[in-house]
Design a protein around this ligand. Structure first.
Ligand code: NAG
Ligand code: NAG
Ligand code: NAG
Ligand code: NAG
Length: 491
């Protein structure tokens, strides 16, 4: 999406410049290693202090415990973090659930450090390819900034961390992590063949890089594009889905976004209907500045589920649009993604989406639409399974659980004691949310966790056995090949 100058910037540190533009295809307008030991909640309980937890000690109370609301002292823009009070968290252990399958990829993402652990040296090596360092000590979060992130990504991401601390008070281990907030992966495997790679957290990963995948900022909101927190957005999309039945939707493949951010998007535009041909694709260009002037009235995600088929195509790297597109109940067509985010690696071609190859995309789109229009029940069911994947596996509780397990596993690998860097500042609800106004503030408040969790995090699945993983990937490839060669088994 965002692709005009106004929405583009680059940050440079040292010799490297990372071009950062938002990848959003708006179309809509747009997953391991706890290994076998499960966390012992009770023994782990320590005194937590967290900014803003003016709490209320939660003894023997299995229910969600309300947490104090955001209190901003009137007119004071230099809000300071309040003193905090210990809080104890005793979730009801009897109500554990299993984590979704994609959590198994946490084990894979941390594998590069499995035998060595993570040393301070390794961590510091990631400094020049990170936007900031996040430190958590005794439940309090600190940030040391190195390079400004694009738009308000960093703010919404660290806000998400504060919510996690609030949901599971006292349960998040002390740690230091490096965070990259751009689009493109930064820890290239080929650069770290003789030396351990730095562990760098990032919104997406790719097979040739070691970036550790973490939920992107849009789960808490995307202020610049007026996109509300995921929980609200998915609710609205689902309401929108009820308004127009699959069979009554336009029988074409739809994409709307900013084509200028990536060549593959420009290629997609060539598949648009014209006097010469009709590949069954309907492609629309978005200019975000214009949409902004119209207050985003034409780019509401919930109004974009009017086609039977929806196309997902990457921008500079992964695009946050993917979850919105797939949640539409339309059959999603994914144009050969190169990048993945935390939840996508367990999605199965022809079960949750229809794979389209980058090379032959116009013909493949046409083939897929023709197939769907000739097999409406199957196409509709495919679309629905994709949506169900999003609804069931991406409940906000699971997003937090993913963060929880990833950070917990990471902390177990740390071979050094976290410390607060001199330049770091404490972050808390007050100093983040009080000094600001407008849409940013309303999104922060809307995505606030208002009580601790009544239940513990879901139970981590074990790592994949290497052979099983290989098989899984092979199966996926076979399915994709079936579509490419158009010899589809009769499913
Ligand atoms: C980051 O620093 C390391 C030395 O610690 C250096 O080898 C590497 O080239 C630097 N990377 C960038 C992108 O500047
Ligand atoms: C904001 O709060 C600080 C600390 O309490 C105080 O020193 C300052 O005068 C306040 N500023 C305003 C504008 O109220
Ligand atoms: C695709 O074709 C439609 C119908 O002609 C047109 O309205 C639309 O602007 C075209 N999209 C692009 C990106 O050119
Ligand atoms: C927390 O409360 C605020 C209002 O005080 C509300 O806007 C927000 O949506 C609530 N958070 C959640 C996750 O429901």
């Amino acid at each position: 999406m965002a692709n005009n100058q106004g929405y583009r910037e680059s940050f440079c540190n040292g010799k490297r410049c990372v071009s950062v533009a938002s990848l959003f295809s708006i179309i809509f307008l747009l997953l391991f290693a706890e290994s076998t030991f499960f966390i012992d909640w009770v023994d782990h309980t320590k005194t937590t202090s967290a900014c803003l937890l003016k709490t209320i000690s939660i003894f023997n109370n299995p229910n969600p415990q309300p947490q104090s609301p955001l209190i901003c002292t009137n007119g004071n823009s230099t809000a300071t973090c309040p003193t905090y009070y210990p809080s104890k968290f005793e979730p009801d252990d009897s109500s554990t659930t299993s984590c979704p399958e994609y959590f198994r990829w946490i084990h894979e993402d941390l594998k590069p450090w499995e035998s060595t652990g993570i040393t301070r040296d390794m961590l510091e090596r990631g400094k020049n390819i990170s936007n900031y360092r996040l430190v958590i000590i005794d439940g309090i979060a600190y940030v040391e900034n190195y390079a400004k992130s694009y738009q308000t990504r960093d703010m919404f991401t660290t806000w998400g961390i504060l919510q996690l601390l609030r949901l599971y008070p006292g349960k998040i281990p002390d740690l230091e992590i490096m965070f990259q907030g751009g689009d493109v992966t930064v820890v290239e495997k080929r650069m770290f063949q003789d030396i351990s790679p730095p562990p760098v957290f990032h919104y997406c990963g790719e097979k040739n890089s070691f970036d550790i995948v973490f939920p992107d900022w849009t789960f808490w909101g995307w202020a610049e594009l007026s996109i509300r927190p995921w929980e609200k957005t998915i609710h609205n999309i689902q309401e929108g889905n009820k308004l127009i039945k699959w069979k009554d939707r336009l029988p074409y493949a739809f994409w709307k976004g900013n084509p200028t951010v990536a060549n593959i998007r420009k290629d997609l535009c060539k598949c648009n209907v014209s006097d010469q041909h009709d590949w069954n694709a309907r492609i629309y260009n978005i200019q975000w500045q214009k949409e902004k002037a119209r207050k985003f009235q034409n780019t509401k995600l919930e109004d974009q589920c009017t086609y039977r088929y929806k196309i997902y195509v990457e921008g500079h790297a992964w695009s946050v649009s993917e979850k919105y597109i797939i949640a539409c109940d339309s059959m999603a067509m994914l144009i050969e993604p190169r990048y993945y985010d935390f939840f996508t690696r367990s999605m199965v071609p022809l079960k949750h989406y229809w794979p389209i190859s980058a090379k032959n995309m116009c013909e493949e789109i046409k083939f897929a639409v023709d197939w769907g229009n000739a097999n409406v029940e199957k196409a509709e069911a495919l679309g629905k399974r994709g949506s169900d994947y999003m609804v069931e596996n991406l409940k906000m509780k699971f997003v937090y659980d993913y963060m929880f397990h990833l950070l917990t596993q990471y902390a177990k690998l740390m071979r050094f004691k976290p410390t607060i860097p001199k330049e770091a500042v404490e972050i808390c609800y007050e100093n983040m949310a009080c000094p600001i106004n407008g849409i940013i503030k309303s999104l922060l408040i809307e995505s606030m966790v208002n009580s601790s969790s009544g239940t513990p995090p879901c139970t981590m699945p074990p790592p994949y056995k290497p052979e099983a993983l290989k098989e899984l990937l092979q199966e996926k490839e076979n399915l994709i090949k079936q579509v490419k060669t158009r010899v589809m088994s009769n499913n």
